[in-house]
Design a binder for this molecule. Structure first.
Ligand code: G3P
Length: 214
């Protein structure tokens, strides 16, 4: 299972890389807005820093505009993946971009049939947003589970990126249902290696060791 980091913050990306937990990056307009810097410069720095795939999202809503933006974004780096929203126009753009050899990540997926349609159009990745479904009392992970089954049934190579992750249990559940990738915010990434009993256990070992030496 691959771990992506869901951020446009270069320091978080670098720290995540030092932890060995960054196989790729996903960004979106909201994450870029938080940085309060020139988005183009931020994206270029991320593409240079990370060897793995980096998702960059288009802003246009019409297919032609999306394709035009996508071509420009794709030219920024070989590792650029273009995030396209799950709309009728978006799917049209995914078909065109796939034919041109541009990698796509279809975002804002909230039901498995949307994922199936994106895969049929040739999407490289699909991003089901599980946290936002949990927020409205619908089990987000169910759509990931169903999507895994559908892709397995028909042999789709499209990879599933579990997005909108809120806590380590989401990462655990994504692994249990067999998702290809989890894209994880930095605060959750940091929690993945921790357990209070690990800290207590280490403290006790060190204290006992001091006792032997004393
Ligand atoms: O990458 C997009 C997705 O992860 C958004 O998450 O927390 O805004 O629902 P969130």
């Amino acid at each position: 299972m691959k771990f992506f980091i869901d951020t446009a913050n270069i320091d978080e990306i670098k720290k995540g890389m030092e932890m060995g937990l960054v196989d790729g990056v996903t960004t979106n307009p909201s994450l870029l807005a938080k940085e309060k810097k020139d988005p183009q410069a931020v994206l270029q720095e991320i593409l240079r820093t990370v060897p793995g795939p980096v998702s960059l999202e288009v802003i246009s809503t019409a297919s032609d505009g999306m394709c035009e933006e996508a071509r420009k974004l794709a030219s920024l780096g070989d590792n650029a993946v273009i995030k396209i929203p799950m709309t009728e126009e978006g799917i049209k753009a995914v078909r065109t971009l796939t034919n041109e050899g541009i990698k796509t990540n279809v975002t804002l997926i909230f039901q498995p049939i949307q994922a199936l349609i994106a895969a049929k159009a040739g999407a490289t990745y699909v991003s089901p947003f599980i946290g936002r479904l949990d927020d409205i009392s619908q089990r987000g992970m169910d759509i990931v589970d169903d999507t895994c089954r559908i892709f397995f049934n028909y042999g789709f190579e499209t990879e599933i990126i579990v997005a909108s992750i809120r806590n380590p249990v989401h990462v655990l559940d994504a692994a249990l249902v067999g998702a290809d990738i989890a894209t994880i915010p930095f605060n959750v990434l940091k929690q993945l290696m921790n357990h209070p009993l690990t800290d207590i256990g280490l403290e006790r070992f060190l204290k006992d060791w001091q006792g032997i030496k004393g």
